[in-house]
Design a protein around this ligand. Structure first.
Ligand SMILES: Cc1cc2nc3c(=O)[nH]c(=O)nc-3n(C[C@H](O)[C@H](O)[C@H](O)COP(=O)(O)O)c2cc1C
Length: 331
């Protein structure tokens, strides 16, 4: 039987297939089910600084409307701020502690913060609770016309450096594809200490209903044809960073997972396919990958990682973006 275990960010994983950050790993029971189906690790839902801030604002608003609380002392407002932050955080930390007691696979916490200050506070608490690693969800939509792109990249790099200074557990950074020189930014994340870079997050997208004129959500789940961009960038960056590379978006079957590893991914994160088809999709993908490995004569995942990448065998196709040759041969 082909060996499926891998090392990711210095952690031992029983397989390279990880549950991507989402509500999937919301309870110890759910995490146990992923483990029994062969998942290599789980990434918990992101702890959103924005959400904590909104809950805090709502509590403060309620308090201001409540004459009793408001007239007692203004320190009450500080207390509410502290309480909301810590209450939301404490549920999250409890899940980490409980999961660490009952499962063996690594538990990776995820945080999404907007400001430079709060990350260290969350990261430290998460480390204390026993999480094996942290994934920094650097999802942002820069729309401020006064802010230069270099400033956004610098903020993200500063946040990473500060988190790395405040915790000892490995830190992954999950990014979207929207940076002007993506290759250089990924290299800079690596040089700033990212133990892994996850390519890519798939953002919520609004859509327009042309009958009702309402703005609605586009499909929350990915489709199997969405893995190409991640595949391209894994193949381009393999061998060029100290950081491990993790593939995310569009992995719905074993062939997509095998391709991402051939391109150089250490691990593959899967979310939509598990939402759509349940935890069994994990054991199905792993069994099919093992059969493929056996048929091709690979006894471990490390043996075929990066075989088809720009670094290993100079596959220039990953660096091509124009269809010129393709169209020349199409009548
Ligand atoms: C319902 C849902 C919730 C998600 N929540 C988070 C989150 O909290 N943090 C995060 O980094 N990514 C989140 N994601 C993004 C996924 O982790 C993943 O990157 C994305 O869905 C692409 O992978 P997939 O094609 O396997 O679904 C979420 C995705 C879905 C569908």
């Amino acid at each position: 039987m082909a060996e499926m275990n891998v090392r990711y960010m210095g952690l031992n994983l029983p397989s390279p297939l990880i549950i991507g950050s989402s509500g999937l790993a919301k309870s110890v029971q759910a995490i146990k089910e992923f483990e029994s189906n062969g998942a290599g690790a789980v990434v918990l839902k992101s702890l959103f600084e924005e959400q904590i801030a909104m809950d805090t604002d709502q509590n403060i608003k309620t308090a201001l409307e409540d004459i009793f609380i408001y007239s007692e002392a203004s320190e009450n407002l500080d207390y509410i701020d502290y309480y909301t932050k810590n209450n939301l955080l404490s549920d999250y930390l409890k899940l980490i502690r409980d999961a660490k007691r009952e499962v063996n696979i690594p538990i990776i916490a995820s945080i999404n913060c907007l400001t430079n200050g709060q990350w260290m506070y969350f990261a430290k608490k998460i480390e204390e609770a026993g999480a094996d690693a942290i994934e920094l969800n650097m999802a942002s939509l820069p729309i401020d016309l006064r802010v230069e792109s270099i400033e956004i990249e610098k903020l993200h790099l500063d946040i990473l450096k500060k988190v790395k200074e405040s915790v000892r557990i490995p830190v992954a950074v999950k990014i979207g594809p929207g940076y002007s020189n993506l290759a250089l930014f990924i290299k800079r994340l690596s040089d700033s200490g990212a133990d892994a870079v996850v390519l890519f997050n798939r953002f919520y997208s609004p859509d327009i209903n042309i009958d009702t004129f309402a703005v609605a959500s586009a499909n929350a789940f990915s489709s199997p044809s969405e893995y190409y961009n991640s595949l391209r960038w894994i193949a381009i960056m393999h061998g060029k960073t100290e950081s491990d590379l993790a593939a995310s978006t569009g992995v719905h079957d074993s062939s997509a997972m095998i391709k991402q590893i051939l391109a150089g991914a250490k691990v593959v994160e899967i979310t939509s396919a598990v939402y759509k088809r349940g935890a069994e999709v994990i054991s199905e993908i792993l069994a099919q990958t093992q059969s493929w490995m056996q048929a091709k004569g690979f006894s471990s995942v490390d043996q075929f990682r990066g075989k088809i990448s720009v670094y290993s065998n100079n596959v220039a196709s990953f660096e091509r973006i124009q269809f010129m040759k393709y169209f020349a041969s199409v009548e």
